[in-house]
Design a protein around this ligand. Sequence first.
Ligand SMILES: [Zn+2]
Length: 567
Amino acid sequence: MFKRFLLIFSVLIVVVLSFAVCSKIGVGKYDILVKNGKIIDGTGNPWFHGDIGIKGDTIAEIGDLSGKTAVKTIDARGMTVSPGFIDMHTHCDDGLNRSASSANLNYLIQGTTTVVTGNCGGSVSLKVAETKKKWEDQGIGTNVVYLVGFGTIRRSVMGEEPRKAKPEEIEKMQAILRQSMKEGAWGMSTGLEYIPDRYADTEEVIELTKVVGEFGGIYTSHMRDESTRIIEAVEETIRIGEETGVPVNIAHFKVCGKDIWGLIKDAVKVVNDARARGIYITADQYPYVQSAPVGPIMSIPNVPEDMEPLAEIRKKMRDGNLPDSEREKLREQYVDELKKALSDKSKKEQIKKLTLEGLPDDPSDIAMWGWHNYTILVAEKNTHLIGKNISDLAREQKRDAFDIVVNLIIDEPDMLYSGGSMSEDDLQYALRQDWLMVSSDGGASPIKKKTDKPRPGHPRAYGSQTKVLRKYVREEKILTLENAIRKMTSLPASFLQMKDRGMLSGGYKADIVIFDPETVRDNSTYADAHQYSSGVEYVIINGKISIENGEYNDALNGKVLLLTENK
Ligand SMILES: [Zn+2]
């Protein structure tokens, strides 16, 4: 009897043990194993051969993992494996707020796993905890670092009144910001060129930035000027960093306007001098020499609010639920009426004054930036004008710039223009700086349908990271692949002081992109601005696959990363 019992017992032990062994081998040690890739770890160090084992949302091990198994194995032979890209400057919050665009696919498919949003002084909400809950409940495609917009705070306390804040108003603003930081905002953005931010003096911005400092957050700024007074604007940013001790970042670093191209060198020198003094200042840049606005040339003139019937048509066009056919009809009507108004001497004078000057506390784009920022990008009829600057045209033709624009509107109203003009030399000079990150300045777009027609616009939201990999790494060899990736990963992570993202290392979060360095590219253009990038084969975010064999699998694996939990 006892022998029999022993036999059964031994058999049971063997069965149990073999189950244990089987489960270890069969089901695998890792959840995901990325094998045979060239690993670029994000630090700027040269690539190395290796495998990456992922468990849960974390990188468990990197190295030679041959013999190890996993639930899912990805063969990355011929591919580059890098940390997921972190885009330091986006305006994704509005898109993430809507279910149609919350997948953030235009970023995800470029390999971007984290977007920093709430930039240029504007954020969709001041309630960070509530926003996190809403977004994560509905699901988001990428991780998000949430900034609070100074303009949004200021507007909530004092509207758009064109004056400095009173001490009690500053206290109110500080209290709002302090609450947002407590809830996990990563810092504050300003848009000092815009209303209402522009009404604040430097001291007011400093008083608020001090609150960011209480939590170890960051400050990033669309500066007061990106044109003739850029040096003063950089100095203001430095002063804010110096007086608060908060790390400061210059958003979409650039010099706008053909007449002052080259000034970037002086601006870079001011930044380098400040860094030498120990001020933590960085910058980000989108890799395009045109800025927004990008639009049809007929949208350049500022039409007075009370000039009918144009005002009425514009009001109707603002209705978000308008069917495309209706919108098209209204647009045609608007063009006809605009042409009529521009042919009427007195109406034309009124439009010209508002276009050139703007309102007393709200100067027009032309007043701020000048015609030397205006460039023709796309034309079907006047193809000889593509790439031409309006200032140059005025000089060549010895005519008034506004009159030239009026004639172009009458001839080809849909001709596409950009309202910010930078030089390629300036762009590359800034890009070469160690402290310059790659960003995009774009938003989250709804997932494209096959039936969508090409739409003009700025291509940056669909192609900034991939354009750098194509143009500045592969084609022009301005940056090594390792350095370009550093500018998209560990550099922003280090500025934000993220504890476990932006590098491939054991214990770091598994935000990983696998791409073909020979084919990765942007596909968006100004004429067709909503084309997805290609060449990114896999995107893993928080340890889960979202892009597989270049296709999106509908997963919403993103999280809102709070400063309070991720620094
Ligand atoms: Zn901006």
